[in-house]
Design a protein around this ligand. Structure first.
Ligand code: COA
Length: 167
Protein backbone atom coordinates (compact mmCIF):
# COMPACT_ATOMS: atom_id res chain seq x y z
CA UNK A 1 0.00 0.00 0.00
CA UNK A 2 1.33 3.46 -0.83
CA UNK A 3 1.33 6.07 1.90
CA UNK A 4 -0.43 9.30 1.16
CA UNK A 5 1.45 12.34 2.44
CA UNK A 6 1.10 14.42 4.43
CA UNK A 7 0.27 12.22 7.39
CA UNK A 8 -2.11 14.28 9.51
CA UNK A 9 -2.69 13.94 13.23
CA UNK A 10 -4.91 16.07 15.40
CA UNK A 11 -2.39 18.93 15.63
CA UNK A 12 0.49 17.97 13.33
CA UNK A 13 1.36 17.32 9.71
CA UNK A 14 4.18 14.90 8.83
CA UNK A 15 5.72 14.89 5.36
CA UNK A 16 8.97 13.78 3.74
CA UNK A 17 11.90 16.14 4.32
CA UNK A 18 12.77 18.41 1.38
CA UNK A 19 15.90 20.43 0.50
CA UNK A 20 14.14 23.64 1.62
CA UNK A 21 13.99 22.23 5.17
CA UNK A 22 17.77 22.41 5.62
CA UNK A 23 17.79 25.91 7.07
CA UNK A 24 14.92 25.55 9.58
CA UNK A 25 16.10 22.07 10.60
CA UNK A 26 19.62 23.45 11.08
CA UNK A 27 18.25 25.98 13.56
CA UNK A 28 16.52 23.19 15.51
CA UNK A 29 19.38 20.66 15.52
CA UNK A 30 22.01 23.29 16.40
CA UNK A 31 19.98 24.70 19.30
CA UNK A 32 22.05 23.95 22.43
CA UNK A 33 19.09 22.28 24.19
CA UNK A 34 18.64 19.90 21.24
CA UNK A 35 22.29 19.40 20.32
CA UNK A 36 22.95 18.33 23.89
CA UNK A 37 20.91 15.18 23.18
CA UNK A 38 21.58 14.48 19.50
CA UNK A 39 25.20 15.63 19.21
CA UNK A 40 26.71 18.11 16.74
CA UNK A 41 27.13 15.74 13.76
CA UNK A 42 23.66 16.13 12.24
CA UNK A 43 23.74 19.94 12.13
CA UNK A 44 27.32 19.88 10.85
CA UNK A 45 26.46 18.04 7.64
CA UNK A 46 22.76 18.59 7.20
CA UNK A 47 22.81 18.94 3.40
CA UNK A 48 24.10 15.37 3.19
CA UNK A 49 21.64 14.09 5.81
CA UNK A 50 18.69 15.62 3.99
CA UNK A 51 19.82 14.01 0.74
CA UNK A 52 20.11 10.67 2.56
CA UNK A 53 16.58 11.04 3.90
CA UNK A 54 15.24 11.87 0.43
CA UNK A 55 16.97 8.75 -0.95
CA UNK A 56 15.65 6.63 1.94
CA UNK A 57 12.11 7.87 1.30
CA UNK A 58 12.40 6.94 -2.38
CA UNK A 59 13.82 3.49 -1.58
CA UNK A 60 11.71 2.41 1.41
CA UNK A 61 8.63 4.66 1.45
CA UNK A 62 9.52 5.98 4.91
CA UNK A 63 12.17 8.26 6.40
CA UNK A 64 12.55 10.89 9.10
CA UNK A 65 9.62 13.18 8.38
CA UNK A 66 9.35 16.92 8.88
CA UNK A 67 6.74 17.80 11.50
CA UNK A 68 4.70 20.92 10.87
CA UNK A 69 2.18 22.61 13.12
CA UNK A 70 -1.09 22.13 11.23
CA UNK A 71 -2.44 25.46 12.46
CA UNK A 72 0.54 27.61 11.43
CA UNK A 73 2.59 25.53 8.98
CA UNK A 74 5.69 26.16 11.12
CA UNK A 75 8.34 23.41 11.03
CA UNK A 76 8.57 22.02 14.56
CA UNK A 77 11.09 19.20 14.11
CA UNK A 78 11.23 15.65 12.83
CA UNK A 79 9.86 12.22 13.61
CA UNK A 80 10.13 9.10 11.54
CA UNK A 81 12.00 5.93 10.76
CA UNK A 82 15.43 5.11 9.43
CA UNK A 83 17.87 2.20 9.50
CA UNK A 84 19.70 2.32 12.86
CA UNK A 85 22.53 4.85 12.47
CA UNK A 86 21.59 4.88 8.75
CA UNK A 87 23.21 1.43 8.59
CA UNK A 88 20.55 -0.94 9.88
CA UNK A 89 19.51 -3.66 9.64
CA UNK A 90 17.20 -2.66 12.51
CA UNK A 91 14.78 0.20 11.90
CA UNK A 92 14.82 2.96 14.49
CA UNK A 93 12.19 5.53 15.30
CA UNK A 94 13.35 9.01 16.22
CA UNK A 95 11.93 12.35 17.37
CA UNK A 96 13.45 15.80 17.69
CA UNK A 97 11.57 19.01 18.33
CA UNK A 98 12.40 22.70 18.65
CA UNK A 99 12.46 23.54 22.37
CA UNK A 100 9.53 25.95 22.04
CA UNK A 101 7.38 22.95 21.03
CA UNK A 102 8.34 20.67 23.92
CA UNK A 103 5.96 19.55 26.64
CA UNK A 104 2.73 19.48 24.64
CA UNK A 105 2.68 15.83 23.67
CA UNK A 106 3.75 16.53 20.08
CA UNK A 107 6.54 13.91 19.96
CA UNK A 108 4.16 11.23 21.24
CA UNK A 109 1.42 12.30 18.83
CA UNK A 110 3.77 12.24 15.82
CA UNK A 111 5.42 8.96 16.77
CA UNK A 112 2.09 7.25 17.32
CA UNK A 113 1.12 8.05 13.73
CA UNK A 114 4.50 6.80 12.47
CA UNK A 115 4.26 3.53 14.42
CA UNK A 116 0.76 2.84 13.11
CA UNK A 117 2.08 2.99 9.57
CA UNK A 118 5.29 1.11 10.45
CA UNK A 119 3.24 -1.94 11.41
CA UNK A 120 0.52 -1.23 8.84
CA UNK A 121 1.39 -0.25 5.32
CA UNK A 122 5.19 -0.46 5.79
CA UNK A 123 4.88 -4.00 7.21
CA UNK A 124 7.78 -3.78 9.68
CA UNK A 125 8.04 -6.47 12.35
CA UNK A 126 10.10 -4.50 14.89
CA UNK A 127 10.99 -0.88 15.48
CA UNK A 128 13.55 0.21 18.07
CA UNK A 129 14.49 3.45 19.75
CA UNK A 130 17.98 4.04 21.15
CA UNK A 131 18.01 6.66 23.88
CA UNK A 132 20.69 8.13 26.12
CA UNK A 133 20.56 7.08 29.78
CA UNK A 134 19.91 10.63 30.97
CA UNK A 135 17.39 11.62 28.27
CA UNK A 136 14.37 11.22 30.52
CA UNK A 137 11.97 13.14 28.24
CA UNK A 138 12.73 10.83 25.32
CA UNK A 139 12.46 7.72 27.53
CA UNK A 140 9.08 9.00 28.69
CA UNK A 141 7.93 9.35 25.08
CA UNK A 142 8.97 5.73 24.42
CA UNK A 143 7.06 4.58 27.50
CA UNK A 144 3.93 6.52 26.57
CA UNK A 145 4.03 4.89 23.13
CA UNK A 146 4.14 1.45 24.73
CA UNK A 147 7.68 0.62 23.63
CA UNK A 148 9.28 -2.05 25.80
CA UNK A 149 12.72 -1.69 27.40
CA UNK A 150 15.12 -4.22 25.85
CA UNK A 151 18.37 -3.54 27.66
CA UNK A 152 21.27 -1.67 26.16
CA UNK A 153 23.45 -1.57 23.08
CA UNK A 154 26.26 0.47 21.66
CA UNK A 155 25.02 3.05 19.14
CA UNK A 156 25.99 6.58 18.17
CA UNK A 157 29.34 6.15 19.91
CA UNK A 158 27.93 5.36 23.34
CA UNK A 159 26.02 2.84 25.39
CA UNK A 160 22.30 3.49 24.84
CA UNK A 161 19.05 2.23 26.29
CA UNK A 162 17.04 0.20 23.77
CA UNK A 163 13.25 0.27 23.51
CA UNK A 164 11.31 -1.83 21.02
CA UNK A 165 7.85 -1.95 19.51
CA UNK A 166 6.18 -4.82 17.69
CA UNK A 167 3.02 -5.11 15.60
C1 COA B 1 12.44 14.18 23.40
C2 COA B 1 11.49 15.22 22.82
C3 COA B 1 11.30 14.96 21.32
C4 COA B 1 10.15 15.11 23.53
O1 COA B 1 9.20 15.95 22.87
P1 COA B 1 7.84 16.38 23.57
O2 COA B 1 6.88 16.76 22.49
O3 COA B 1 8.11 17.39 24.62
O4 COA B 1 7.37 15.01 24.23
P2 COA B 1 5.96 14.71 24.85
O5 COA B 1 5.34 16.00 25.32
O6 COA B 1 5.20 13.85 23.92
O7 COA B 1 6.37 13.82 26.12
C5 COA B 1 7.45 14.20 26.97
C6 COA B 1 7.26 13.54 28.31
O8 COA B 1 8.48 13.62 29.04
C7 COA B 1 8.23 14.27 30.28
N1 COA B 1 9.44 15.00 30.61
C8 COA B 1 10.04 15.98 29.91
N2 COA B 1 11.17 16.35 30.52
C9 COA B 1 11.29 15.57 31.62
C10 COA B 1 12.26 15.48 32.66
N3 COA B 1 13.33 16.26 32.67
N4 COA B 1 12.06 14.57 33.63
C11 COA B 1 10.98 13.76 33.64
N5 COA B 1 10.02 13.80 32.66
C12 COA B 1 10.19 14.71 31.68
C13 COA B 1 7.03 15.16 30.01
O9 COA B 1 6.39 15.52 31.22
C14 COA B 1 6.20 14.20 29.16
O10 COA B 1 5.61 13.17 29.92
P3 COA B 1 4.06 13.26 30.42
O11 COA B 1 3.22 13.37 29.20
O12 COA B 1 3.88 11.98 31.17
O13 COA B 1 3.97 14.49 31.28
C15 COA B 1 12.04 16.65 23.01
O14 COA B 1 12.31 16.84 24.37
C16 COA B 1 13.30 16.91 22.21
O15 COA B 1 13.24 17.28 21.04
N6 COA B 1 14.48 16.75 22.83
C17 COA B 1 15.77 17.02 22.19
C18 COA B 1 16.08 16.01 21.09
C19 COA B 1 16.01 14.59 21.61
O16 COA B 1 16.34 14.30 22.75
N7 COA B 1 15.58 13.67 20.73
C20 COA B 1 15.47 12.27 21.07
C21 COA B 1 16.78 11.59 20.99
S1 COA B 1 16.61 9.87 21.50
Amino acid sequence: MTTTFPIETERLRLRPIAPADVEPLQAIYAHPDVERWIGPELAADLDRSVQEQIALQAARGFSMFAIEDRATGVLLGDCGLQPLEMKGPEIEIGWDLAPHAWGRGYATEAARAVLARAFGEWSLDRVIAVIKHDNIASQRVAEKLGLMPEGERHAYDEQMLVYAAYP
